[in-house]
Design a protein around this ligand. Structure first.
Ligand SMILES: Nc1ncnc2c1ncn2[C@@H]1O[C@H](COP(=O)(O)OP(=O)(O)OP(=O)(O)O)[C@@H](O)[C@H]1O
Length: 620
């Protein structure tokens, strides 16, 4: 759009004033008209009558000067007017002066007119210019007008468009609002959907776990159904079994009575056989040479039969071979090949006697290293178990059978050692032991006990083995402190059996003494005289007791040694004794072997009176 030049602001009156001024200027330029001249004269003459002419002339000039305020009047005109106001007063009669003055004024007015004419020209030029400008402005205005109409049209179009767009915008705004509402509601729905999805997932999981549970329940139900069928079957069986049990119970009671009487008969028969065999029985066990002893020379040992051996040492006398075989007969011979089981098979009847209520003593006799400890305690492993652990196993096995027949058994065990006629408790590991004395259980005599001796109740063979190992260790510790003590002491394992049958109102007690005697070497062959003296004394006292029993002496010297005193209840009338004489076959041991065999023969020849069972009635 072309810029319209700013026109000078000319008021209407001014412009018209200028146009009106023009004829005045021309009049002035052409000199004063007659009328003017007349007016001028009139005016100048009037003050002559009514007042000074100056004051009359002045307002006229002033009137022309006080034309409309917006009319542009040249400055010099005002100056002239000012000067005229201060002009000296001319007397009315001085026409010449007045004429001159008028001339002067005319001159001035003429020059003013000329100025005004110039000004008019200037203004005319300016007017022309303005006119031109006006024209160009008009043109421009026309163009602008045309543009304006175009723009107006455009504007109208735009306005229409704007209205359309406004409507559209409003529509859009409405739609946007609607859309926002929809979006918000969609977001809410989406959130709800997420929640629903989460719920659905958890429900799915729950559903699958429920399905699993249902499956498991189904399986369980199937199983339950099967079990119900089985249960019904079992119930029938149970009723049948209950009826059978009642029947069997009656039968069992009858059978138990038969069994008890049979057991009694069997026991009596067993004891009758034992009585026939003798209440003191002697067996001989020949120890096999160990792998390190195979080169050692052996004397002749001939096993004649199951109960007899012949021993002979070949001696060369004056280059002549002199032999003197000696025969020994016992209740049985265990050759070097006999196992621990073979030995116990013979010994077990004695253990059975202890279970039947008899006092029993089993002891191993023989020189050092002949196999006494091996026979009584045994080696490692169940196969190597000796008489003591096997006896205990048997007791616990039989306990079950006895239980079935109404017998309740209490088993107590103690382990002791007699060294140099002093008793040591092998279940007490302390070195400073209390004094142990052998005392009578009651005034009636018969049974004895050792004071301050630890006695453990044993409930299983396993417990007994643990105790036995503990005792063995204590014996070994003592042996380490006192060189070879174990060989020079008697070791006794005491088992006390107390049985009660509440039903039959019967009870009994019995002692089973299992003794590993000290080595029986004679004084000639040992350096340790003190020990040997004690051993030999106790062994000879044992021999004396057995001989006294053999000859039915009134007085049996039990109290002469700790060993015989301790074994008193197990040696003699009311008891059964089994002796195992252990021998070596080595040439160097021949004389000691002969001694052992002779002692064993002495014992074997001893036949004591019939043993008596410790049975009595329970006090009601
Ligand atoms: N029947 C046997 N079979 C195999 N080895 C045996 C037999 N008897 C004994 N022995 C072994 O011979 C050795 C000596 O036996 P053991 O210690 O039992 O003799 P002991 O008479 O008890 O001696 P001590 O009087 O010194 O105690 C041991 O090593 C033992 O294992």
């Amino acid at each position: 759009m072309s810029k319209i030049p700013k026109l000078p602001t000319i008021s209407k009156e001014n412009r018209f004033g200028q146009f009106h001024n023009r004829p005045i200027s021309r009049t002035i330029a052409n000199g004063l008209s007659d009328v003017d001249k007349k007016n001028l004269i009139t005016n100048h003459t009037r003050p002559l009558r009514n007042g000074p002419p100056v004051s009359a002339a002045a307002p006229r000039i002033k009137r022309s000067a006080t034309a409309p305020s917006s009319t542009t009047i040249p400055n010099n005109v005002t100056k002239v007017e000012k000067r005229s106001t201060v002009a000296p007063k001319i007397p009315p009669y001085d026409f010449k002066a007045r004429f001159n003055d008028l001339l002067e004024k005319h001159k001035k007015m003429k020059s003013e007119f000329t100025d005004l004419k110039d000004k008019h020209l200037e203004v005319s030029d300016e007017y022309e210019k303005i006119k031109e400008t006006f024209q160009s402005c008009s043109n421009e205005r026309d163009i602008l007008k045309a543009n304006l109409s175009v723009k107006t049209l455009e504007y109208d179009e735009i306005k229409v468009n704007f209205d359309v767009m406004k409507t559209e915008n409003e529509d859009l705004q409405r739609k946007t609002k609607l859309l926002e509402e929809v979006t918000f509601s969609l977001k809410q729905k989406s959130f709800e959907l997420d929640q629903v999805q989460t719920d659905l997932n958890s429900l799915r999981r729950r559903h699958s776990s429920l399905q699993d549970e249902a499956e498991a329940l189904r399986v369980l139900t199937d199983q339950l159904k099967k079990k119900c069928i089985e249960y019904d079957k079992l119930k029938l069986d149970f009723t049948e079994a209950q009826e059978n049990i009642i029947k069997y119970k009656t039968d069992s009671e009858a059978l138990q009575n038969i069994l008890a009487s049979m057991y009694k008969e069997q026991r009596d028969l067993r004891n009758a056989i034992q009585d026939l065999k003798g209440n003191i029985r002697v067996y001989c066990r020949i120890r096999p040479p160990l792998s390190i002893e195979v080169t050692k020379p052996l004397f002749n040992l001939n096993v004649v039969d199951a109960c007899s051996i012949e021993v002979e040492k070949i001696e060369l006398l004056n280059s002549a071979r002199k032999t003197k075989p000696q025969l020994f007969t016992f209740d049985g011979i265990f050759t070097p090949h006999a196992s621990q089981e073979d030995v116990f098979a013979e010994v077990s009847s004695m253990v059975q006697s202890a279970l039947d209520g008899y006092n029993v003593c089993i002891f191993a006799y023989g020189q050092t290293g002949s196999g006494k400890t091996y026979t009584m305690e045994g080696g490692c492993g169940t196969e190597q178990y000796g008489i003591i652990p096997r006896a205990f196993n048997m007791i616990f096995t039989c306990m079950e059978d006895l239980k079935r027949m109404g017998w309740e058994l209490t088993i107590k065990a103690s382990f002791l050692e007699i060294y140099n006629e002093v008793i040591y408790d092998l279940l007490n590991p302390s070195k400073d032991q209390e004094n142990h004395e052998i005392k009578m259980v009651n005034s009636k005599g018969g049974d004895v006990y050792v004071s301050n001796l630890k006695e453990e109740e044993v409930k299983s063979s396993h417990e007994f083995i643990r105790l036995m190992i503990f005792a063995q260790r204590n014996r070994q510790t003592a042996a380490t402190l006192n060189n070879e003590r174990s060989s020079r002491s008697h070791s006794v394992a005491q088992i006390k059996i107390a049985a009660i049958n509440e039903k039959r109102k019967e009870k009994y007690t019995s002692n089973l003494n299992l003794v590993d005697l000290a080595g029986s070497e004679s004084g000639k062959t040992t350096q340790r005289m003190d020990e040997t003296k004690h051993i030999n004394r106790s062994l000879s006292e044992l021999s004396k007791v057995i001989l006294s029993l053999q000859t039915n002496q009134m007085h049996i010297p039990y109290r002469n040694s700790k060993l015989t005193h301790l074994l008193m209840p197990s040696l003699g009338g009311n008891s059964k004794t089994l002796m195992l004489v252990n021998i070596n076959q080595f040439d160097e041991c021949f004389s000691e072997t002969l001694n052992s065999l002779r002692f064993a023969t002495k014992v074997n020849n001893c036949r004591v009176v019939k043993a008596k069972k410790n049975l009595c009635m329970v006090d009601t």
